[in-house]
Design a protein around this ligand. Structure first.
Ligand code: HEM
Length: 455
């Protein structure tokens, strides 16, 4: 009876709530386009590659982001690039895109290297006393600082601690909003809003001040060489090539919030999983360390070394296949459509589950196995880009994909050049789907000093 009731109220939510990843995998294996009733809304889980391409590329204009999940995060991200749509999104993306091209992103390599070296120093101290480290927390700290310093440059030095302090609260409160059916406006004094409001207020004040400081400096004619510019300056100076427009302060605020949030938890979770996988595959650690010593002589890798580290890149890609941080995302149909023979009505949700897609036996051989060689150049197992969606695909593909890859390679390369790592507790760690794909418990590692080069 209780099951029937929850089915009536929640559609397929009851099954999904029990074991979301297992349920998505089972339904995806049915292939094509599978119905998924979410409360009163009709949903379609799409695993057919042509249908995925249709929604993310060919008929992009028919699908927007007015879904419950995106509505829940608008309170923080406003009308930033992740949440906006239509002509407005297109203009923002056009302005920001050049700053995120592979070549441009390489300029941020030294900032990432500095953060990676700081993390390595903390691990050295732990290794010296035999203490374990919490890799999940450490990866979160490094990736937040990397994206914040990339955005603000030296200006944020005095704010780093405060940004670090409020962010966990903001992420926790956002996660609670996404999973709750009730999404009250921020002024309603719910317990969650009472926690979120002051944290967001603090961050907003810092971001507004940093934008104002930078505007003043630009107005006074003071800007650094293009090569050394921070991302906020680049975004402030960028002009839409079609209209000549620049971004307003309000728009800059929304984009900064978006980059801070989209740009750090995702990468941090991927890296937490990577350490879990390297614990389970010590042979892979040795292989990566051998690749590093050949490419760098054992010093910390820089962005220029990355082309000589293909196995490291493949390991990161394979981690993103098995544990995609954005394990699910969705769209809302603006008008009727047809997906691989399934009629879609206006207002229906279209759901993508990279976690399930990446484990489909019809797309990947031995899909649950960790096999980085799938991604080695020249023998990529999957050439269809709609079968591998850690960063989505099409015009709305993750803006920070190159940034995330470069960042991950530098951080992991730096730490592996100095340490071997093992999990303190070898019992299983299970994928736990929240807003991003979390580990079921903290990833506590014992780093053992094993420098590849004399220091
Ligand atoms: C491993 C790390 C990352 C993963 C797995 C990831 C994944 C994704 C995915 C799946 C989307 C598409 C969401 C959708 O359309 O519904 C997305 C969008 C986006 N990501 Fe990432 N991301 C990562 C890192 C980053 C970084 C480092 C940045 C910025 C520095 C970033 C900025 C963005 C932005 C701005 C969008 C919105 C793009 C648009 O709609 O035009 N992401 N990301």
């Amino acid at each position: 009876m209780a099951g029937m009731l929850s089915r009536l109220i929640g559609g397929d939510l009851a099954d999904l709530a029990q074991d979301p990843l297992g349920e998505f995998c089972r339904r995806s294996r049915q292939g094509g386009v599978v119905p998924l009733q979410i409360a009163l809304t009709r949903g379609h889980l799409v695993s057919d590659l042509a249908a995925i391409r249709h929604v993310l590329l060919d008929n992009l204009a028919n699908y927007d982001k007015h879904t419950p999940a995106f509505d829940a995060v608008r309170v923080v991200l406003g009308n930033g690039m992740l949440t906006s749509g239509g002509a407005f999104w297109k203009r923002q993306r056009r302005i920001a895109q050049p700053a995120f091209h592979g070549e441009k992103v390489r300029h941020f390599g030294p900032i990432i290297s500095k953060m990676a070296a700081e993390c390595a120093a903390a691990w050295e101290a732990a290794a010296a006393t035999g203490d374990p480290v919490d890799a999940g927390t450490d990866m979160m700290r490094v990736t937040l600082r990397a994206v914040a310093e990339t955005l603000f440059g030296d200006d944020m030095a005095g704010d780093a601690a405060e940004i670090n302090r409020v962010f966990p609260t903001i992420l926790t409160c956002l996660a609670a909003r996404v999973s709750s059916p009730l999404r009250s406006p921020l002024w309603v004094p719910t317990a969650n809003n009472r926690r979120l409001r002051p944290a967001l207020g603090t961050l907003d004040a810092i971001v507004d001040r940093l934008i104002a400081t930078k505007r003043r400096r630009l107005a006074a004619g003071g800007t650094s060489e293009p090569k050394h510019r921070d991302l906020l300056t680049i975004l402030m100076l960028a002009r839409d090539e079609e209209t000549g427009e620049t971004m307003s302060d309000l728009q800059l605020r929304d984009e900064v919030m978006t980059l801070l949030i989209a740009g750090h938890e995702t990468t941090a979770n991927a890296l937490a999983w990577l350490w879990v996988l390297l614990d389970r595959h010590p042979d892979e650690q040795e292989r990566l360390r051998a690749e590093l010593v050949t490419a760098t002589g054992g010093r910390d890798p820089t962005v220029d070394d990355l082309p000589r580290l293909p196995r490291l890149k493949a390991v990161i890609q394979e981690t993103l296949r098995l544990y995609p941080p954005v394990w699910m995302f969705d769209r809302r149909a603006v008008g009727p459509d047809d997906l691989a023979g399934t009629p879609v009505a206006k207002g229906d949700l279209v759901i993508f589950c990279p976690y399930a897609l990446h484990r489909l036996p019809q797309l990947w051989s031995d899909p649950d196995a960790f096999r980085p060689e799938r991604f080695e150049a020249g023998k990529e197992e999957q050439k269809n880009k709609f079968a591998y969606l850690p960063f989505s695909a099409g015009p709305r593909i993750c803006l920070g994909a190159s940034f995330a890859m470069i960042e991950s390679q530098i951080i992991v390369g730096t730490l592996l050049s100095r340490f071997r790592v093992r999990l303190v507790d070898p019992s299983p760690i299970i994928a736990t789907p929240r807003v991003t794909l979390r580990t079921s418990r903290p990833v506590i590692l014992r780093p053992e000093r094993a420098p590849l080069a004399a220091r």
